[in-house]
Design a protein around this ligand. Structure first.
Ligand SMILES: [Zn+2]
Length: 339
């Protein structure tokens, strides 16, 4: 067995015992001091069958597997609902506590992540965009698919105010996807649809794989002990909507999932999740009024007792070695609330 401490490079194989021992011991020491009574929430989107350079920030199933093994062996993984109950009751939070969440409701959570979670006996929560259940792909994924299919040459979107893009190499395509996603994110939904429709037309009529969960898959996740949380209906940037539309996105997303599950949905994640940019105090109040128990952002940091339960941070270590991934979680536990 390889018992050396690996710091960089793409990890393969088992997690070294020395890494596990080091993270556990350090985590226990920190939990007796600066990291006491805190927890981290790790946030994923999709899991890929194999590595895709156009989706470099998403783990493939091999990377996801070692990350889950690391959490199972080095951390105390709690269901999010139980962590919330600890925060509300004042019961101490165990050392090295972590929760696992997924945003948007990708089919790969059911097909690829669930078997791994089961193998390691790990609980998780999936925040589902209700309007995409059993329906089309999300706009950002449609950009990726279209740019992947476009022929080599110049992509001219200057009439849509988005400029021109040279598409010759893989790097060109990655850059175009990044820029188009960023520039489209804050557009009004109708303008964004125009951009997507243009790209899809230019790319040619292609069969795109269905990426999102079906109703049966949502129910099956729930039956498998995976908690389902809400994430609005269409994943808008809430600050780009008027108050009535934002309120409807928040409450209808909850109701549609409750109709699928036949039970209350208690947890909410803000689309995109940047505090003050993607949502503000109005939306925090709307989420409270809609009957949720807690809500989650994408700020980097740990949860401490003194935080607003409707703006709790979540983040994911980006490290490619188990040791650095684990150390980053410990660092966030020491750092505490987002800065
Ligand atoms: Zn999302």
């Amino acid at each position: 067995m390889n018992d050396t401490l690996q710091l960089t490079g793409r990890h393969t194989g088992q997690i070294p015992r020395l890494t596990v021992a080091l993270i556990r011991a350090l985590g226990n020491t920190l939990a007796a001091g600066p990291a006491a009574d805190r927890l981290c929430i790790v946030n994923y989107h999709r899991v890929l069958p194999v590595h895709n350079p156009l989706l470099a920030s998403e783990p493939d199933v091999a990377a996801f597997s070692w990350q889950m093994e690391l959490l199972a062996r080095c951390f105390h993984v709690m269901p999010l609902r139980k962590a919330m109950a600890h925060l509300q009751s004042g019961e101490p939070i165990p050392p090295r506590s972590v929760c696992i969440t997924f945003d948007d409701g990708y089919r790969s959570i059911h097909d690829l992540a669930l078997p791994v979670l089961r193998r390691f006996g790990l609980p998780a929560t999936v925040f589902v965009t209700s309007g995409h259940v059993g329906k089309g792909n999300m706009w950002n994924d449609r950009i990726i698919e279209a740019v992947q299919m476009l022929p080599d040459g110049l992509l001219d979107l200057s009439d849509l105010g988005l400029g021109t893009f040279s598409l010759h190499s893989l790097d060109d395509r990655m850059a175009a996807i990044g820029l188009l996603t960023e520039r489209s994110k804050y557009l009004p939904p109708a303008e964004r649809s125009n951009v997507i429709e243009r790209l899809v037309t230019l790319a040619g009529a292609t069969m795109t794989p269905e990426l999102m969960l079906t109703q049966d898959m949502v129910r099956n996740l729930d039956r498998s002990g995976i908690e389902i949380g809400a994430h609005t209906v269409t994943h808008p940037i809430l600050t780009s909507l008027d108050d009535a539309s934002a309120r409807a996105e928040i409450s209808t997303g909850k109701e549609e999932l409750e109709a699928i599950l036949g039970k209350p949905v208690r947890l909410f994640a803000y689309p995109n999740g940047k505090v003050g940019m993607d949502f503000d105090h109005r939306h925090v109040a709307m989420v409270r009024e809609a009957g949720f128990d807690a809500a989650f952002t994408t700020a980097v940091g740990a949860i401490t007792r003194d935080q607003d339960h409707f703006q709790l941070p979540r983040s994911r270590p980006w490290d490619s070695s188990p040791l650095m991934f684990g150390l980053r979680l410990l660092r966030w536990l020491v750092q505490g609330r987002p800065q």
